[in-house]
Design a protein around this ligand. Structure first.
Ligand code: SF4
Length: 206
């Protein structure tokens, strides 16, 4: 009497390999089934594949690779500077928003409340008397926020650097991201500083 052949079940594949195509090398951190193919799977394959794809998405988000670039794109194209002026550089600041230079075409719109602003352009001589007001306004601005020191006075005290009443650079009070030289810098220089700031925001990783 001949022996009955015994069928041996194939060894179960690891879950991550179950949806991988033959010969395809796994990419580090990538889900086995791309998100756009998941809806084509049968019901019992759908749940593990969806779980794996969502885990990869959440991991990407925790490293800010999904939403971060979109937020940064929105931030750098909608900078809201505080609507204020300290000295003669403020006239150049104001001119930059007139019809000739039209800073608003870059999405730069001055706002009168620090709570709606993400950019402080320090456009004039900063005295010690006004220093605590400047710090208060900066602290009232929500994060993330940036500071441009516009002109020689804001950058380092300018022609009044040695005066007892003048702060020798606004970086003594708040962190400065961009410095614009000139006494006064022209509106084109202010626009160039704003575009440089946009490049900085583009390079941000968070
Ligand atoms: S840098 Fe020159 S133009 Fe600007 S606030 Fe100072 S003195 Fe005035």
């Amino acid at each position: 009497m001949s022996a009955t052949p015994v069928s041996v079940p194939p060894a179960a594949k690891p879950a991550a390999d179950a949806f991988r195509l033959e010969g395809e090398l796994p990419m580090a951190g990538a889900p086995a089934v791309p998100m756009f193919e998941i809806e084509t799977l049968r019901a019992k394959e759908f749940l593990p594949a969806a779980r794996e794809a969502l885990s990869a998405l959440i991991k990407d988000q925790s490293e800010n690779r999904v939403i971060g670039p979109v937020f940064n794109w929105a931030r750098r194209n909608s900078l809201f500077p505080l609507h204020w002026g300290l000295a003669c550089c403020a006239i150049e600041f104001a001119a930059g928003f007139g019809a000739r230079w039209d800073a608003e075409r870059f999405g730069v719109v001055p706002r009168s409340s620090p709570r709606q602003c993400d950019l402080m352009i320090v456009n004039g001589t900063v005295t010690w008397k006004v220093a605590h007001k400047l710090i208060t306004l900066y602290e009232q601005m929500p994060e993330p926020k940036w500071v441009i020191a516009m002109g020689n006075c804001a950058t380092g005290g300018g022609p009044f650097r040695t005066a007892y009443s003048v702060v020798p650079g606004v970086d003594k009070l708040v962190p400065v991201d961009i410095y614009i030289a000139g006494c006064p810098p022209r509106p084109e220089a202010m626009l160039d500083g704003i575009l440089k700031l946009e490049e900085l925001i583009r390079e941000r990783k968070e």
